[in-house]
Write a protein that binds this ligand. Structure first.
Ligand SMILES: Nc1ncnc2c1ncn2[C@@H]1O[C@H](COP(=O)(O)OP(=O)(O)OP(=O)(O)O)[C@@H](O)[C@H]1O
Length: 229
């Protein structure tokens, strides 16, 4: 989901998650109205990573990530071997296994963001919803998270995320919902929707789209704003 500030991307995600009541229409999961489903059921199927705010859990990284397994545990049961293997795998994938004992509240905003993504991944959801998952991350971590997003989607997991960087839609070869201030959004493949004309309508600036052929034959598209002199 792409679009200008304040257009309603977060509001739509919160509505899908059931935190806000829709003004009209309904949100269905497996053809059932989400608002009537038990929270635990929803949590087994949908993972949610909210926009970064300052979280102050007094737990270690490892403990915060293990909490993502809660929807799969019975009341009063402890995480078992299978749960711990999933946690290990995700800590490694996100390159945070070496800092697992650090206190979550002492982490930087970007580090906290990676841990919150890890917590959602160990939930093993069918649908992962993330609000600006890369907003606080350094360039390397942005690309690492995008690669994971692409890999998960190739493995059949649906991922819905907001971003302010149209390039990320090209990199993930994603379907795009492009919001505008006063008209209905456009929905479709990044290659079709992210044209200079549509991007100007959304963001109010001139943008060129450059196509680069890589050494391995693949194509990378990137947005270049026309900055002027
Ligand atoms: N709790 C709230 N109460 C009233 N209005 C709100 C509330 N939260 C958001 N809004 C308003 O709803 C509109 C949409 O906000 P929203 O956060 O969904 O936009 P967004 O597209 O996610 O923006 P951004 O890209 O800046 O994160 C904004 O005008 C915002 O001021």
């Amino acid at each position: 989901m792409l679009g200008p500030n304040g257009v309603g991307k977060t509001t739509l995600l919160k509505t899908i998650m059931g935190f806000i009541k829709p003004c009209s229409g309904s949100v269905l999961l497996d053809n059932k109205d989400l608002s009537g489903l038990p929270r635990k059921y929803t949590a087994r199927h949908i993972g949610y990573v909210p926009q970064v705010t300052c979280h102050s859990f007094s737990f270690s990284i490892e403990e915060v990530v293990i909490m993502g397994r809660l929807p799969h545990l019975n009341a009063f049961s402890q995480p078992g071997n299978k749960d711990m293997l999933i946690v290990e795998d995700v800590l490694k994938k996100l390159n945070i296994e070496h800092m697992r004992k650090r206190f979550f509240s002492n982490l930087s905003g970007g580090e906290q963001q990676i841990v919150m993504i890890a917590r959602a991944l160990v939930q093993e959801p069918r649908l992962l919803i993330m609000d600006e998952p890369t907003s606080n991350l350094d360039f390397g971590n942005q690309i690492r998270i995008l690669k994971i997003i692409k890999q998960l989607s190739q493995n059949g997991i649906s991922i819905l995320f907001t971003t302010h960087f149209p390039d990320q839609a090209f990199l993930c070869d994603a379907k795009v919902i492009l919001f505008y201030k006063n008209t209905r959004p456009d929905i479709g493949d990044a290659a079709n929707i992210l044209s200079p004309v549509n991007l100007k309508r959304a963001y109010g600036i001139d943008i060129d789209i450059i196509t680069k052929k890589n050494a391995d034959g693949s194509i990378t598209k990137t947005c270049v704003p026309l900055f002027g002199v």
